[in-house]
Structures are given as C-alpha cells and as structure tokens.
Design a protein around this ligand. Structure first.
Ligand code: NAD
Length: 346
C-alpha cells in the first residue's frame, strides 16, 4: 500500500500507530504540520468499520486543524488522534491512560483535547500520564466548556458578514435562522436575541425547540422548513454536510454563517452558493472560538484576553471576503489560501 503518495496523506509530518497490548488500545496520532507550533487537536473515540477508515479520518481531521489554527492566528500546528472502539462499550481508564503515555512519548509535539466520544473527564484521566492535554474541567485547572467562546465567535462572524453584505453595523432587526439549539446554538440564540435580531429556530428535540421559542420569542419551524425560512442569515449549528444540492436551491438568505463543522457537502457547493449571491463564512474560521479558548488554558487564563482574540474573527472574515472578491474565487478558496500562506511562511 502506498502511504506517502496517498491523497489523504497530504504532506503529514508524522503519523504514529499506537498499540497497547494490556489495555487493548489501538490508536493513531496524526501530526500534519508544526511550522507554527505544536500540533493541537482533539482525540476522537469512534467505532470505525476498518483501520483504513480510521486512518483516513485522522488524516483529514488533522490537516483541517492546521488550517484552523493558522487562520485563528495561533502559534499552533495541526494534529488529531483517533482511538478505535465504541466509547459506550470499549472506553476504559486503562486505554485512556495508555493513550496518555503515547502522547507523552511525543514530548509536546502533539497536544490532545476532547472530541467526539471523549469528555473533559477523560482528559483528566489522560492528564495523569501527560501534561500535553487541554480541555479539562475548570475545577481541575482547565478552561471549561469551549462552546460559549465558539458561540461568541459565530456571533462576531455574523456581525462581520452583515456589515460586508448588508452594510449594517449592528444586528437589530436582522432575521437569523438558527439550526440546532445545542451547546453552541443556544448560546448564539441568546446573544442574537440580546442584539435585537429576529429569530427563526429549529431542532430535532421538540421540547427544547418549544422552550427556546418561548424564552426568546423566536419562531419555531420544522427541521426541513428552516432551509427556506425568509431570513437574512442562516446559521447551521447542528450537523455537517447540510449545504448540498438539495438544500442550497431552497435558501432565501444572503449569508450562511454558523458553527457546524464541514458544512459544505462537497467543495463545489461553495461555488454554487457564490453563484446564488450568498456570502459563505468558512466554517473552520467562524467556529474557531473554542480552539482559541483551549489554547489559552493554563494558570494565566484570562477570559477577556480570550474574547479579544476570538473577536479577531471579524477582521479575518473581512480580509477573506475582500481577497475572494479581488481574485474572483470563493470565500472557501480564499480562506484556504490565507491559511496556507500563514503556515507555509514560517
Ligand atoms: P450539540 O450536540 O450540543 O448540539 C447539536 C444540536 O443540534 C442538538 O440540540 C441536536 O438536537 C440538534 N440537531 C441534530 N440534528 C439536527 C437536525 N437535523 N436539525 C436540527 N437540529 C439538529 O453540539 P454543539 O457542541 O452545539 O456543536 C454544534 C456544531 O458545531 C457541531 O457541528 C460541532 O461539530 C460544531 N462545533 C462545535 C464547537 C463547540 O465548541 N462546541 C466548536 C467547533 C465546531
């Protein structure tokens, strides 16, 4: 099997396969690029159907972290880890500790964090074996739930989009549809409501939807209706892949700006959005508030400093929108170019 030439390998610096016989741990740690600093990225615990699926996922995710950290202006590189197994059945303290020892062996080249299938509590277990872990609970010296800062970044990003597309400095009277009222979506709704935006919301969780609708005077709609809502901004805060051939033609908004990862089903969907005159805020930039937050974790953590840094998403978005216009490329392409410039320069 060819590794170095494989499409997904894409210039990775180092890929480590970790096996611990005693605990049964099977994990892969991928380090894409450390030009800007140590590679930071979460550890995903997932029941992959095959080892090649796990490898493909870790490579794709770790590459994405390089771009995300570079655009967030962090002195960090991109990396990610996956542990193969079902978190509900296979996650044990022994496996997590064994994983921590493998992270320790890299001596700080890779810093791990929580991801799908792992929790802040798991990070405390891993911390017993290595200091190279962030995202622990606040009472354990960590920076706590990153979603609040992610939501703040998305709110800031929506303001930048409204300014660029609608010439509006504030969001009062701007109509926003929020899809997904979980950790990020709910906090975003709160901020938008305080800013005087008019809200349309949806979630598969009906009681939650009704509660949020009542609390914020938001119009509740079904999960399919949200795509054709008559709004200025569509904020996807649930699943990835929701900007696709079926949904884009139904959008009535001028702006798509939300927290969900991998919103574009395929890269060509950025072009379709652009042709429809819809401004797209690249997901990995607008949702980088949580990453920025964990990067500040430590004894000197200062929320105000973190918020100032997250606030820079506003200016980076404007820079990308201008570059996209100047070079007749999509905002996605412009953000990839800016990220590459930053991490290749050092
Ligand atoms: P969450 O699991 O807390 O919330 C997701 C919400 O979406 C839930 O309320 C769920 O019921 C709802 N949902 C699921 N499917 C839906 C559908 N088809 N239609 C409408 N609603 C649906 O997740 P979160 O932490 O709020 O993250 C939201 C998105 O943002 C995810 O894509 C995540 O990867 C991304 N993200 C989150 C963070 C963070 O700090 N939490 C950071 C970066 C990116």
């Amino acid at each position: 099997m060819s590794v170095f030439d494989a499409h997904d390998f894409d210039d990775h610096e180092q890929v480590t396969f970790c096996h611990d016989r005693n605990s049964g741990l099977k994990a892969v740690i991928a380090i894409h690029n450390t030009n800007l600093g140590p590679a930071l990225g979460g550890c995903r615990f997932w029941p992959y159907a095959s080892e090649s699926e796990a490898i493909k996922d870790v490579l794709r995710l770790s590459r994405g972290m390089t771009y995300k950290a570079a655009l967030a202006d962090l002195q960090l590189g991109g990396g990610k880890a996956v542990i193969i197994g079902d978190p509900a059945k296979d996650k044990t303290v022994e496996k997590l500790r064994a994983f921590g020892r493998f992270v320790q062996r890299l001596h700080g080249l890779y810093i791990t964090a929580e991801d799908v299938g792992t929790t802040p509590k798991d990070m405390i277990t891993i911390y017993e074996e290595t200091r190279y872990v962030v995202g622990r609970e606040t009472h354990e010296g960590g920076s706590g739930d990153p979603s609040v800062l992610t939501a703040f970044g998305v709110f800031t990003g929506i303001r930048a989009c409204a300014y660029y597309k609608m010439g509006k400095e504030d969001l009062s009277g701007v109509r926003v549809a929020v899809e997904g009222l979980g950790h990020v979506g709910l906090d975003l709704v709160k901020r938008l409501s305080e800013a005087g935006a008019s809200l349309v919301v949806t979630d598969i969780n009906q009681p939650l939807l009704e509660k949020v609708s009542r609390q914020y005077g938001a119009q509740a709609v079904g999960v399919e209706e949200i795509f054709s809502a008559d709004v200025d901004v569509f904020a996807p805060c649930a699943l990835g892949g929701i900007l696709n051939d079926a949904t884009i033609p139904r959008l009535k908004c001028q702006i798509v700006a939300g927290s969900a990862n991998n919103q574009l089903a395929e890269s060509y969907h950025a072009k379709i959005l652009e042709k429809r005159g819809i401004l797209y805020a690249p997901d990995y930039l607008i949702n980088s508030g949580g990453l920025i937050n964990v990067s500040y974790e430590g004894p000197k953590y200062n929320l105000q400093e973190v918020m100032t840094h997250v606030g820079k998403i506003y200016y980076t978005l404007l820079e990308i929108f201008e570059a996209a216009k100047a070079h007749s490329i999509t905002t996605s392409e412009a953000s990839d170019c800016l990220a590459k410039d930053r991490f290749n320069k050092k």
